[in-house]
Design a protein around this ligand. Sequence first.
Ligand code: X90
Length: 276
Amino acid sequence: MKVKLVADSSANLRSLDGADFAAAALKIVTDEKEYVDDSSLDCRAMLSELRDYKGKSGTACPAVGDWLECFDDADMVLGVAITSNLSGAYNSGRLAAEQYMEENPGKKAYIHDSLSTGPEMHLMLEKYMELIEQGLSFEEIVAGVQEYSKRTHLYFSLESLANLAKNGRVSHAIAAAVGILGIRIVGRASSVGTLEQMHKCRGEKRAINKIYECMKEEGFKGGKARIAHAYNDKAAAQLSELILADYPDCDLKTYLLTGLCCFYAEENGVMVGFES
Ligand code: X90
């Protein structure tokens, strides 16, 4: 039986070790150019081009057909999408799953609304892998991931909310608070999948310390953690050091954000997905 794992590209994964995986690309769009968030994208070059670009920029979610392509004729498709509260990606993914099952009797497809994005989606994909490995049925796997996602979380530190505000994903009032030199917003994905601002921190070191404090308050006790960042090795290393000082055996991975998250988290943004 062929099993396919899928996610939209806000999960920042081009591949998934040990799984047959495909990503449905989101796009970053300006009046001059379209950046497709797939393995051909040079994210660093995109950020630097956008820094110099004065016009409007926005994003677009994958269409139903983009998801269907990822499904790859598999007997069982299991996927996860960025929060339906900020993007249409979940809706197109859900429609793709319905259409797929209608057109292919006997085949199963499910896309989970992560109510989050980035590294928290990564954790959900790894949970699918674990449950598949255990030989559970489609329904059991779906229920297992829904249950698991109650104890996964996403926190982030952002230097700028400009692109989020310009595209209507946070209020201009919140966005205005940052952009002031040296101020960072520490926030989380809320329980309804929106961006929730928690703290304003002066300086990156304080922001990262605050994230770790929040993680512990949220119930982090050395479970899995996935850190993803927009070219900010220093902050990512600081956060992993804090985690590893308390939990030296923590299952922890650090990697770069790709196009969509780079665009919204902006340069130096850091995101962490973790288990409580
Ligand atoms: O459909 C589209 O065009 C995509 C829109 C995505 C908007 C939000 C992306 C957020 C990326 C920023 C920090 C984390 C915020 C988490 C809130 C749940 C990353």
